[in-house]
Design a protein around this ligand. Structure first.
Ligand code: SF4
Length: 364
């Protein structure tokens, strides 16, 4: 996913669903009151012995036969002790492929649910239950049902950044890497796209189908501004600029490339450019910097962090392993229904054999 071509087909933004989304957003302000102080604490906690905690985690992990998965946006000290670092789908696949029955998932709630949906027989621990996702929290089942009622018969494509219950009400899932391919595979000239408005608008550039996006957004990527890119280009005219498709259309218009998180990691490794600026969460920029020491890796604008991701501290990972908390449970009927849009997506993007391997315990 990287071209920025435009179609004349303008997406529909529905006033009523914009209203629902804003109401949900108000609820999020309440949640922020709880998560904000955790984030501030995580940033300011300097007195702890990180190395010692990391060693304890590694010992305990071995004793318990646990697998530690870290999202790209986690704090560096968590990424350092993880068995795998990746995006939500990559991590769910790693969990399914691994022989370990105990998974410590360092990421946000919908991602841990995703691991449970793919591997319901495993114990999935999320070190902080409050670690949600701003975007995923901007839609819920009742809002989605109203949206579907209004546009009866239209298929729902849901971005992977959704709760299991919302996936269970959707027709097919997508990631930022395969969203265009998945939408094009849907046999309908109109498609409901949830919950990221910017990703929906991005997909709209590549298809003549009419996208009707939900009005959600990512609190990290939506904060990049066109001025950030303009300033970066003045200061570093030799840098190539890469942005995430969750950025606004105005930011995408000014970028050289548009890549998902996995695409950014690969691009940084493979490109001949020696100076690259990224508009994405700072944890990923730090990972790319670590993995490409010979290149100059810059952040577009001021570094932007996801407060939910960063609310998980290295001490929380240790406590999660010691006390085996917090166990993620997803009701069986939701697991069954949420698997369907995931399986449909994987069949299209990776093929049926791959799906059989990953969902080896599922009745296909
Ligand atoms: S970076 Fe954005 S999409 Fe990802 S978890 Fe944070 S708020 Fe959600």
């Amino acid at each position: 996913m990287e071209s920025k071509e435009k179609t004349e087909n303008k997406p529909l933004l529905d006033e009523e669903q914009v209203k629902y989304a804003r109401e949900i957003f108000k609820g999020y302000a309440e949640k922020w009151k709880r998560i904000g102080p955790l984030f501030i604490k995580a940033k300011s906690e300097k007195g702890i012995d990180v190395k010692e905690i990391q060693n304890k985690i590694l010992r305990l992990k071995k004793e318990k036969g646990a697998l530690i998965l870290s999202h790209n946006y986690m704090l560096p000290e968590i990424q350092e002790i993880a068995d795998f670092i990746g995006d939500s789908l990559e991590l769910a696949i790693k969990a399914a492929e691994s022989p370990n029955d105990l998974i410590v998932f360092c990421g946000v709630h919908f991602m841990a649910e995703g691991v449970k949906v793919v591997s319901p027989e495993k114990i999935v621990l999320l070190p902080r239950l409050e670690a949600g996702c701003f975007m995923a929290d901007m839609i819920n089942i009742s809002a989605l049902r109203k949206f579907k009622e209004k546009y009866q018969g239209l298929p729902v494509v849901c971005y992977i950044n959704t709760d299991a219950a919302v996936k269970a009400e959707s027709d097919i899932c997508c990631t930022s890497a395969n969203a265009v391919q998945i939408v094009k595979s849907v046999n309908s000239d109109q498609v409901l796209f949830i919950p990221d408005r910017n990703l929906g608008l991005y997909v709209q550039r590549f298809t003549s189908q009419k996208i009707i996006p939900w009005d959600g957004w990512c609190n990290v990527h939506h904060r990049f501004r066109p001025e950030d890119i303009q300033k970066l280009r003045e200061q570093h005219p030799d840098a190539v600029v890469v942005v995430h498709p969750e950025c606004s259309p105005e930011v995408i218009d000014l970028a050289d490339h548009v890549f998902s998180t996995g695409g950014m990691v690969r691009f940084a490794k493979e490109t001949k450019h020696s100076k690259i600026a990224f508009a994405t969460e700072e944890g990923l920029v730090e990972r790319i910097r670590r993995e490409n020491p010979e290149k100059t890796i810059l952040s577009v604008g001021s570094p932007k962090t996801c407060v939910n991701m960063k609310s998980i501290r290295i001490q929380d990972v240790l406590t999660a392993l010691e006390e085996e908390k917090y166990k993620i449970d997803v009701p069986e009927d939701i697991i069954e229904k949420a698997r369907i849009p995931l399986i449909r997506m994987l069949e299209i993007s990776k093929g049926r054999d791959f799906v059989k391997q990953i969902f080896h315990r599922a009745a296909l």
